[in-house]
Design a protein around this ligand. Structure first.
Ligand code: PLP
Length: 404
């Protein structure tokens, strides 16, 4: 088969869609006013900003557009949710509950706070990467003020039971009110689910939700956080009066317009596109398991976002595999793009109880708009050959398969 270029790393980032680019065009070229300026130039930008806010609020079923705050992306949204609430809880609560499988934007923020006067508990997951809602509730302390659990995991694609956790937290909050304990607010990092799953903040029952445009064919460096009315977040960036004093800095109107258009398109196409990606992913999964012995599919078989496949090949380093695939034109990943370059095995696979060899041999494929059946055929032709070659060089494989 002829060499192809296959981009299978959409969980790291997606290309900008032509639709989003078109929506951004005027704000990169002719409409340049500062949305805080009162003159006509500024007011044109201000209108674009508020239209985008309204569109995003509608797409995630927020009650009011003001509940959407624009940020520079998922990392900032997560930091704002956690540090912003921590700052407002200084004299009320000190304890945060999160999980062991969060993105580093949440994990290291909680670790930072825990090293600076707060406390954090990192709840574990089962072997499929699912959090048990009861484990979250069991971790609650009198001074807990925040629970942060991701909607879909970036490495294995597993979907967490957000609505169930919210229900249990509501019951807990009722009890706490009569006991005089601080309310527990609930944040979800929906960076990997936005555009792939239906995002309805009311149905999910969350107080805060983070999204990032570049994961759903919008531009990089722009995101948003939903903050439910009455949730007492403090700003983490100080300066001007932008975003209702919650996030200082001149708004990136082009980026924000691109994000709103990209989310609108993703929501519109979701019902058609997601089953297509589900089918591609499943074909690859079946093909790999059939063709390559001693492989493990990591994650939940059902509760998984459609385009993500994380699979471990025994006796092979995920990193060597990824680099060999790259030479053949296939872009995949060993897990989180933010953690690549570190030789540490994935914290997500470790939390799922994977043995070190399984964790080291993991490879993530994540599919999107431009992927086709031919891409899957190509991966299924190239991958078994590469795995066999790498295994043949592994002393460990030779030791366990002396006759081959
Ligand atoms: N949260 C999750 C689950 C992610 O996958 C990512 C990016 O990979 C982030 C947060 C960070 O988002 P951003 O790259 O926009 O800062």
């Amino acid at each position: 088969m002829k060499k192809r270029i296959v981009y299978a790393d959409h969980n790291a980032t997606t290309p900008l869609s032509p639709e989003a680019l078109e929506a951004m065009g005027p704000y990169l070229k002719t409409v340049y006013g500062n949305a805080s300026s009162l003159h006509v130039f500024g007011q044109e930008s201000k209108k674009a900003l508020e239209d985008a806010r309204e569109a995003i609020a509608g797409l995630i079923n927020a009650e009011k557009p003001e509940e959407i705050i624009f940020t520079s992306g998922g990392t900032e949204s997560d930091n704002m949710a956690i540090k912003g609430l921590a700052l407002s809880s200084l004299n009320k609560g000190k304890h945060i509950i999160t999980t062991q499988v969060e993105h580093h934007a949440v994990l290291t923020t909680c670790e930072y706070l825990a090293a600076n006067g707060f406390k954090a508990d990192f709840v574990g997951v089962d072997k499929f990467c699912r959090v048990n809602p009861k484990d979250i509730i069991n971790a609650v302390k009198p001074d807990t003020f925040l629970v942060s659990v991701m909607h879909a995991n970036n490495e294995v694609g597993v979907i967490e039971p957000i609505a169930e956790i919210a229900k249990l937290l509501n019951i807990e909050n009722e009890k706490r009110r009569s006991a005089g304990h601080p309310k527990i607010y609930f944040h979800t990092d929906a960076v990997q689910s936005a555009g792939k799953l239906k995002l309805d903040v009311a149905a999910l029952g969350v107080d805060m939700l983070s999204i990032s445009a570049h994961k759903f064919y919008g531009p990089k460096g722009v995101g948003a956080i939903y903050v439910k009315r009455g949730t007492p977040v403090e700003p983490i960036l100080h300066g001007g009066h932008h975003e209702r004093n919650l996030r200082a800095g001149t708004e990136n109107i082009a980026g924000i317009k691109g994000m709103a258009k990209a989310l609108e398109a993703a929501c519109r196409e979701r019902e058609k596109e997601q089953p297509r990606l589900y089918f591609l992913r499943d074909r690859l999964e079946k093909g790999i398991v059939e063709k390559i012995p001693e492989t493990t599919v990591n994650g939940h078989y059902l509760e998984r976002i459609s385009g993500t496949l994380n699979v471990s090949f025994k006796y092979v380093e995920g990193e060597s595999l990824m680099l060999s695939l790259d030479l053949e034109g296939i872009a995949a990943s060993t897990g989180s793009a933010c953690a690549s370059g570190s030789s540490e095995p994935s914290h997500v696979l470790k939390a799922m109880g994977a043995d070190p060899a399984t964790a080291q041999g993991a490879l993530r494929f994540s599919f999107g708009h431009q992927n086709t059946d031919e891409d899957i055929d190509y991966i299924l032709e190239v991958l078994p050959r590469i795995v066999s070659r790498l295994r043949a060089m592994s002393p460990w494989w030779a030791k366990e398969h002396p006759q081959q």
